[in-house]
Write a protein that binds this ligand. Sequence first.
Ligand code: PGA
Length: 245
Amino acid sequence: MSILMIANWKATPDSLKVAIKNISLISKISSPGVSKIICAPFVFVPLVKQRSLIMGAQDVSVFSEGAHTGEVTAKMLFSLGVKYVILGHSERRKMGEDREIIKEKISRALSAGLAPVVCVGEKERDSDGEFFGFLREELHSLFKGVPKKNLSKIVIAYEPIWAISTENKGAIDPHILRETLVFIRKIMHDVVGNKEASKIKIIYGGSVDHRNAKEIIKEGGAEGFLVGKASQTPALFEKLLKSIR
Ligand code: PGA
């Protein structure tokens, strides 16, 4: 089973020239056993069409089509060759996206044939374990009612908000990650049933780099990564990919 390496470029790079250069460099990195999914900003998405790379996007419109100026729909992305789309990222939630909107976007993505990479994660880890309750609620409200046939397409990105590199707190301890992923898996069993839940991939995001990636897989039990900062510079991304060989 290949490891999912989902690069979240966020709002970078800021020029076409650099995007072309970075994609060319990244496409040459050999990474056996790893699926390299590049979620570039919309305007650069078509450039990712390279044999060794998989196209991703960072968001999708809540609308299916029509009079919605500025929107990019799931069907448009699918027609370009996009396979994955990040949904519910905490940086989009900060701009006002709520669970209802995210749920709607999951459904748009799935009906167009895209695999949603759905971000869930607590703001902070309180010592009373209240974040477990938060995670349970998130998973129930985002995934209840998703048609069974679509569940195997879903990727859950457990991304605790406090662990994102901009917070400067570093990645999660791999042993704590393991406990949390077991918890997520158990909740998903309750939400969608055992057989279906086992088909859903669960990856980790938050300050992933070449120093911690191997442990996140080995000790933490993640099936892949959602990577921001360490994916935005080809040299750092190469180091990260080599560290998990
Ligand atoms: P980071 O970002 O790897 O820079 O922590 C991850 C993300 O926000 O998806």
